[in-house]
Write a protein that binds this ligand. Sequence first.
Ligand code: ZN
Length: 351
Amino acid sequence: MMESRTTISIPSLVRIKSRALEKLGIYCKRSEFPSVAVISSSDIPADIMSSAKESLASANVQTSLWFNCVEASFEQAQSIFVSLPGDVSAIIGIGGGRALDVAKYVAFLARLPSIALPTSLSNDGFCSPNASLSIGDRKRSLPAAMPFGVIIDTDICLAAPEHLWFSGVGDLVAKLTAVRDWKLAFHATGEPFNDFAALLSDATVSQFISRPVKDLEGVRLLGTSLMLNGIAMEVCNSSRPASGSEHLISHALDRICTRPRLHGLQVGVATYVVSRLQGYQSDIISRLFGECGFWNAIKSDPFSRSEWLEAARLAPSIKNGFYTVLSSRDCVDEIHSILEDDAVLTDCFVP
Ligand SMILES: [Zn+2]
């Protein structure tokens, strides 16, 4: 539920451009961070690591701690926080989701500014007020602080594996059904609706839809759109502008699938399915996914229909008191026929 909030925190430093990583040191220096801790994903290419190190060193920014992050867990964040040297003035996260979430949460615990440097754009987590971390074996979205800085090197994100790009596209397009669910909740339960946040969320998708091409400019658009979506969440202090029933289905899939797929791939397909339930914008979504190659990416590794049906049954109970189209009626039979008969989804599912 939304609370009124007096201050909205947004990133002060935003660089979304080619070769931005080379300037990491300069950005830190200008922001008056003489000493930083870097948390990087263990699987990022060695040349990205060396380039970051070189950039910080050449700007005389001291790296007091460099941590190679293997898991996005609360326990990991806690142990880094405990070992944090006293002179650190900012925490930098470099990598995919894992390192960024951990860096964001360590910074939150230490009350320090964080800088997110995503090496791919597979979801909207790099610029959100939450950190997605596991506690024990459960994944949780923990309240944290918005990053102070967002640095997206478009060359690096463009070179990232293609399925990560499609995952980012899926997570972005989800905003259409999320905002629709939010409106449904407003009408059904009186949950406050924030016009500005919803408008911002819708606008980010429209901007990308106008040019859904995977090139440097496309990466810039996708990165900007995902970032502004994080701001939309911050504006209304709620995940509503970014996440609705399509995310509930994806969370349910994470729990039951033998092999859960990338967040945005699950969310993207669920967005189309939910748009059919909502009776709204299905054409726009299917066309966009066709144009940018998303459907082909799904067809190359189809989902299991029976797992999706189980997820559809579980999804409405995932988040208490969260009204969506799935709360408006029992949608399982409708989802069953959409998965079986909708021509758009041909070859996206195996039994
Ligand atoms: Zn998402």
